[in-house]
Each structure stands twice: as structure tokens, then as C-alpha cells.
Write a protein of this length. Structure first.
Lengths: 113, 114
């Protein structure tokens, strides 16, 4: 059973458009992280959110953690070709001092110039 | 530069031939972990270590071993590789003392077992 569902799985849009990707779960997480992975490389951390309802901005990227800490969204404004990549969300749950991360299967984003 | 270094990047081996994938980090992180990434299945944790000499199984530990004799190194050992272990492997590290602190990942090892 996949605990973190990401949607859409694939997204291809024109440069300059806006987009939102979603990360949903029935479980409550202590934190939610977003990563971007490019071909042939490991995932790179974009942001961590830890408070329900928290919103963080990273240039044209806006991340939101749901009020109930079960879901998150990533919104990109005026997408650019450099935003192309695999976007992964990861939910953290604390367990005896070990915060276990569960990764979603990802959203593969392609920005067409 | 803060980084996690994995070696080798690519490896083709035959069934049953023992191999080790090395992982080293220079950030003094306590927590290290191995993941495998497969199409449609995402990143799944194989083993993790919360500190030196402290290791535990993740979600898919069968067929793998690890050790943590030094804080910076966390090798992944496949004693008798099988074709179903063909995958893309990532080592990652982080500090344990901050809630939600993200991972630093290595660049990956693409393993093919024939």
C-alpha cells in the first residue's frame, strides 16, 4: 500500500504556465519534505514544512502543508525549462527518536520551451 | 563541499558474486540510510543507521547487509546478488537532532545483476 499518493504522475506544460502538484495521504506526518530529482542524480531537498497550514516560498515555488498534516501541495508560477524534473514528496513520522521518511512515487514534470 | 559520495556509479555483475557499494559523508551526520528506486515503486528504504554501530532494517532489507563502524561510512553489501536486486541505489544522510531535517543524497549507483 502506497502511503503517499502524488498527482499527477506526469505533467507536461508550456513555459510560462502555472502548475500545482499534490501529495496526499490518510496518515498524519510530523513533517513533509519536497525534493527534485534530475536524471542520473540523487534527489535534492527543496523545502521542509513541519506545521499544519504552513506555507513556504522558494522563488517561484510555493509549498503548503495541509492543516491536518496529511497532505501538501507544490505550486510553480511561470514555469521555466529548468523546473523540469521528478518531484518527490516525503512524509516524516517520528518513532522513538527516529523520524522515518516515506516517499511518494513522484510527479514527472516537463516544461516545454 | 558537503556531500555524500557513493561508489561505483555503475556496476554490472553476475548472480551470486558478492559486492559492496560504498557510501561516505563529510557532514558529521548521525543518520545514514540506503534506498533503492524502482519505476512505479518510488524510493524504498533498505537499511538505516542512527549512529555508529546502530543499524536497523528498513522496508525492503532482504538480501542486503550494512555496517556502520565509522560515523562517515555506511557500506551496502550484497552477499549473493540476484536479478531482482537490479535497481538504482541511493545513500543518504542527515542529522537526527532537528525535526524534518532533510536528507542529502548521493548521486546513485545503478546496479545490474545478470
Amino acid at each position: 500500500t502506497q502511503l503517499l499518493e502524488q498527482s499527477p504522475q506526469f505533467l507536461s506544460i508550456q513555459e510560462g504556465e502555472n502548475l500545482t502538484v499534490y501529495c496526499n495521504s490518510s496518515s498524519v506526518f510530523s513533517s513533509l519534505q519536497w525534493y527534485r530529482q534530475e536524471p542520473g542524480e540523487g534527489p535534492v531537498l527543496l523545502v521542509t514544512v513541519v506545521t499544519g497550514g504552513e506555507v513556504k516560498k522558494l522563488k517561484r515555488l510555493t509549498f503548503q502543508f495541509g492543516d491536518a498534516r496529511k497532505d501538501s501541495s507544490l505550486h510553480i508560477t511561470a514555469a521555466q525549462p529548468g523546473d523540469t524534473g521528478l518531484y518527490l514528496c516525503a512524509g516524516g513520522r517520528s518513532n522513538f527518536g527516529n523520524e522515518k521518511l516515506t516517499f511518494g512515487t513522484g510527479t514527472r514534470l516537463t516544461i516545454i520551451p | 563541499e558537503a556531500q555524500v559520495t557513493q561508489n561505483p556509479r555503475y556496476l554490472i555483475t553476475v548472480t551470486g558474486k558478492k559486492l559492496t557499494v560504498t557510501c561516505s559523508q563529510n557532514m558529521n551526520h548521525e543518520y545514514m540510510s540506503w534506498y533503492r528506486q524502482d519505476p512505479g515503486l518510488g524510493l524504498r528504504q533498505i537499511y538505516y543507521s542512527m549512529n555508529v554501530e546502530v543499524t536497523d532494517k528498513g522496508d525492503v532489507p532482504e538480501g542486503y547487509k550494512v555496517s556502520r563502524k565509522e560515523k562517515r561510512n555506511f557500506p551496502l553489501i550484497l552477499e549473493s546478488p540476484s536479478p531482482n536486486q537490479t535497481s538504482l541505489y541511493f545513500c543518504a544522510s542527515r542529522t537526527t537532532w532537528v525535526l524534518g531535517y532533510g536528507y542529502t543524497f548521493g548521486s546513485g549507483t545503478r546496479l545490474t545483476v545478470v
